[in-house]
Design a protein around this ligand. Structure first.
Ligand SMILES: NC(=O)c1ccc[n+]([C@@H]2O[C@H](COP(=O)([O-])OP(=O)(O)OC[C@H]3O[C@@H](n4cnc5c(N)ncnc54)[C@H](OP(=O)(O)O)[C@@H]3O)[C@@H](O)[C@H]2O)c1
Length: 249
């Protein structure tokens, strides 16, 4: 093939654009989910559904997202509160979203919790709570929303990525995971204190800093875009190389 033919990339100027796409962000009321929802709207999504347990948190997030000056004119963020630790609530979430849109293009299964407790004294109900939300609910969120995701675009999921990538790719659904290092958030702030505080953790990272909102927003937009159309089953660390440096410091 000639060099002239080789440089003709298909519609390259729009490769990161998400114009008209419909996204769902779980745990979208704050932290990484809210950063991602903001990025998705600013990259062109026409609808971004956000969900978390507290209706007030979802409403506040939606107000802030809908006030973004550079989203598309008719683009909207929509709040659908649900407790995703319960499968019945995930089913209700899927049904509520299904009433408002015939399909979704992007699913960021991000809702998660942690429990700051020592190994020796970690209570069993806390273990169940974290596993129910961080593992089981990711699987059931994808299972219950999958009918709305037919033959569309990439989905980003945190756990179960490799198995689901193989299972769902024949249905034209791609599954990739994001493995964040420390990003300041309600969840992470307590853990960061236990680990020595923001400044110390930033210094321990090869790039000398913690995650910024744009870092996760940009990565989610990339994974949701045509630029990532051949990524499936990958786990992308967004940590400035911190995990590689662990043990050396
Ligand atoms: N920040 C970091 O440094 C970091 C590092 C590695 C991994 N992560 C992962 O990134 C994800 C987001 O973390 P974050 O730091 O942004 O945490 P965060 O600030 O605590 O936000 C968590 C979000 O999940 C929602 N949520 C919690 N329990 C829920 C439930 N049962 N059902 C539905 N929504 C629920 C919360 O809203 P409600 O309280 O209203 O439900 C909130 O919107 C988590 O999966 C976490 O494990 C974060």
């Amino acid at each position: 093939m000639s060099a002239e033919a080789d440089v003709k990339l298909q519609d390259f100027e729009n490769i990161f654009k998400l114009d008209g796409k419909v996204a769902v962000v779980t745990g979208g009321s704050r932290g990484l989910g809210l950063h991602a929802a903001s990025g998705l709207l600013q990259a062109g999504c026409s609808q971004v559904y956000i969900t978390s347990r507290k209706a007030s948190g979802c409403e506040q997030a939606v107000l802030a997202l809908n006030a973004l000056p550079n989203k598309q004119p008719h683009a909207v963020a929509i709040s659908v509160p649900a407790d995703l630790s319960k499968v019945s609530e995930i089913e209700r979430l899927a049904a509520e979203i299904g009433k408002q849109t015939p399909h979704i293009d992007i699913l960021f299964a991000n809702a998660g919790a942690t429990w700051g407790e020592r190994f020796e004294t970690h209570p069993e109900p806390a273990f169940s709570k974290v596993m129910d939300l961080n593992v089981k609910s990711v699987f059931y969120t994808i299972q219950k929303l999958e009918p709305l995701l037919p033959a569309r675009a990439p989905a980003a999921a945190i756990h179960l990525t490799k198995n689901l990538a193989v299972e769902l790719a024949p249905r034209h659904i791609l599954c990739n995971a994001i493995a964040p290092g420390f990003y300041p958030s309600k969840m992470a702030n307590g853990l960061m204190e236990l680990e020595g505080g923001e400044e110390k953790l930033a210094q321990m990272s090869p790039n000398q800093r913690l995650g910024h909102p744009e870092d996760v927003a940009g990565l989610v937009v990339f994974l949701a875009s045509r630029a990532a159309a051949h990524l499936n089953g990958t786990v992308i660390a967004t940590d400035g190389g911190a995990v590689l440096a662990r043990g050396r410091l």
